[in-house]
Design a protein around this ligand. Structure first.
Ligand SMILES: NC(=O)c1ccc[n+]([C@@H]2O[C@H](COP(=O)([O-])OP(=O)(O)OC[C@H]3O[C@@H](n4cnc5c(N)ncnc54)[C@H](O)[C@@H]3O)[C@@H](O)[C@H]2O)c1
Ligand SMILES: O=C(O)[C@H]1O[C@H](OP(=O)(O)OP(=O)(O)OC[C@H]2O[C@@H](n3ccc(=O)[nH]c3=O)[C@H](O)[C@@H]2O)[C@H](O)[C@@H](O)[C@@H]1O
Length: 377
C-alpha cells in the first residue's frame, strides 16, 4: 500500500502492508513477559514517545510505534530515535494517525491491548504560525485514532497526552485536576482541552477506557529542539544570544519542569492501572474508566534560574535579551498538584532541575559533539 498524507507542511509517501512489513510489526509487538501488554505508541519517534517505547520494551511488553516524521523540528533527530528503538527491537511505522486504513491494518495484524497516544503538534507559540497543523494532528488525528480503537475487537485501553497548558489563565496554584480549564491561552491548549472532551464522548458512548495525562514542561536527553532548555543550550554553546521572556511588572516566568524519567514512570503507571475498555466492535457493554492526571514535578523554577543552571553545566555565560512576554500564548507560571497520580499509581517525581539538566547536557554534548552544537539546525 502507499498512503499519501499531509504531515503539517509537506506531503510524503509511506509504504506499508507487505509481508516483510507485517513480520516486523508482529515481531515488535511480541510480549516477552507473562501478563504483559501489547502497546501501540503513537508519536514513537518523538521525545516522550521514544522514551516510553523503550521503557515498555525493556520490561517485556510488546511495542509498535507510529510516527509521521514531520519537519516541525529536525527530522534527523526523530530518525535517530527510531534507529535507537530498532536496536532494542521496537519497530516504528512511518505513517500519519489521520490514515485510518493504516491504523486499521495495524489492528488487523496485532490485537493491541493498549494505545499510548503521544503523537501531536506540540509547542505553544508555533500555533500562531501554523494553526492548521494543530487541528490536523490534535483534533482530526485524535478522532481517526479513536474511531479505530472503538471499532477494534477487543478495544484497547487508551492513555494519551493532554497538557498543563489546559489550565490556561487559571490563577489558583498549584493546579489541581478539578480546577477550571475553560480559559486556554493558546490554540495548542484549546486543542488539548478539546481532546479531553472528545475522549470523554468515546468513553461515554463506546466504553473506551481513557486516561489523559497533563504533562508539565518535560525535558531531558533526546529532547525537543524547539523547547527553551534545548534551544538555550544550543545558542549558549554557539555564542548566540537567547531571548528570556518576562511577565508583566517584571515578574519572572516559571515552569514546573519535569524530568523525562519521572514522566515515563507516570506513563507506565497509568497504563498498568488503566483497566479495561468495556466495548467491542463499536458497542459498549458497561461503564469504563475515564481519568485525568497531572504529571508534574511540584516545584516550579523561574526561566532565569533555568538559564543559570545551564550556564553552570555548560561553563559558558549566556548572552541574554530579556523582553516582556509577547502575547504569544505563553502563561506566566505552571505548578502541578500530583496527589491524584500519587494515590492512583504511586507517581513520585525524584529528579530536580539541576540534576535533570546535568543529564541533558551530558547527552547533548555526546550527541552533537563538543563543536558548540553547530550540527543543530
Ligand atoms: N514535552 C512536553 O513538555 C510536553 C508537555 C505537555 C504535553 N506534551 C504532549 O506530549 C506528547 C509528546 O510530546 P513530545 O514532547 O514528545 O513531542 P514530539 O514532537 O517530540 O513528539 C510528537 C511526535 O508525534 C509525531 N506526530 C505529530 N503529528 C503526527 C501525526 N499526525 N501522525 C503521526 N505522528 C505525528 C511527530 O513527528 C513527533 O515525533 C504530545 O502530545 C505533546 O503535546 C508534551
Ligand atoms: O507543559 C506543557 O503543557 C507544555 O510544555 C512546553 O511548553 P512551555 O512550557 O512553553 O515550554 P518551553 O517552550 O520550553 O518554554 C519554557 C519557558 O521558557 C520561556 N521561553 C521560551 C522560549 C524562549 O525563547 N524564551 C523563553 O523565555 C517560555 O515563555 C516558558 O516560560 C511544551 O513545549 C508544550 O508542548 C507543552 O504542552
Amino acid at each position: 500500500f502507499q498512503s499519501f498524507v499531509d504531515s503539517g507542511s509537506r506531503y510524503f509517501a509511506a509504504s506499508w502492508g507487505g509481508i516483510q512489513w507485517e513480520k516486523q510489526v508482529r515481531k515488535s509487538a511480541q510480549i516477552h513477559r507473562g501478563g504483559g501488554m501489547s502497546v501501540l505508541v503513537t508519536g514513537a519517534a518523538g521525545f516522550v514517545g521514544s522514551h516510553v517505547s523503550l521503557a515498555l520494551k525493556k520490561r517485556g511488553d510488546g511495542v509498535v510505534g507510529i510516527d509521521n516524521f514531520n519537519s516541525y523540528y529536525d527530522p534527523s533527530l526523530k530518525k535517530a530515535r527510531k534507529s535507537m528503538l530498532a536496536e532494542h527491537g521496537v519497530f516504528v511505522v512511518a505513517g500519519d494517525i489521520n490514515d485510518g486504513k493504516l491504523l486499521a491494518k495495524l489492528f488487523d495484524v496485532v490485537a493491541f491491548t493498549h494505545v499510548m497516544h503521544l503523537a501531536a503538534q506540540a509547542g505553544v507559540r508555533y500555533a500562531m504560525e501554523n494553526p492548521h497543523s494543530y487541528v490536523h494532528s490534535n483534533i482530526a488525528g485524535l478522532v481517526t485514532l479513536l474511531e479505530i480503537c472503538k471499532s477494534a475487537n477487543p478495544q484497547p485501553a487508551v492513555v494519551w497526552a493532554s497538557s498543563s497548558s489546559v489550565y490556561g489563565l487559571n490563577e489558583k496554584s498549584p493546579f489541581s485536576e478539578s480546577d477550571r480549564t475553560d480559559q486556554p491561552a493558546s490554540l495548542y491548549a484549546a486543542t488539548k482541552k478539546a481532546g479531553e472532551e472528545i475522549t470523554h464522548t468515546y468513553n461515554h458512548i463506546y466504553g473506551l477506557s481513557i486516561t489523559g495525562l497533563r504533562f508539565f514542561t518535560v525535558y531531558g536527553p533526546w529532547g525537543r529542539p524547539d523547547m527553551a532548555y534545548f534551544s538555550f543550550t544550543r545558542n549558549i554553546l554557539q555564542g548566540k544570544p537567547i531571548t528570556v521572556y518576562r511577565g508583566k511588572n517584571r515578574v519572572d516566568l516559571a515552569r514546573d519542569f519535569t524530568y523525562i524519567d519521572d514522566v515515563v514512570k507516570g506513563c507506565l503507571g497509568s497504563l498498568d492501572t488503566s483497566g479495561k475498555s468495556t466495548g467491542s466492535g463499536g458497542k459498549k457493554s458497561g461503564p469504563a474508566p475515564y481519568r485525568i492526571f497531572n504529571l508534574g514535578n511540584t516545584s516550579p523554577v523561574t526561566v532565569p534560574a533555568l538559564v543559570s543552571i545551564l550556564e553552570r553545566h555548560l561553563k559558558v555565560k549566556a548572552k541574554k535579551n530579556v523582553v516582556e512576554m509577547p502575547g504569544n500564548g505563553d502563561v506566566p507560571f505552571t505548578h502541578a498538584n500530583i496527589s491524584m497520580a500519587r494515590r492512583e499509581f504511586g507517581y513520585k517525581p525524584t529528579t530536580d532541575l539541576q540534576t535533570g539538566l546535568k543529564k541533558f547536557v551530558k547527552w547533548y554534548l555526546s550527541y552533537y559533539g563538543y563543536n558548540h552544537g553547530k550540527a543543530v539546525n
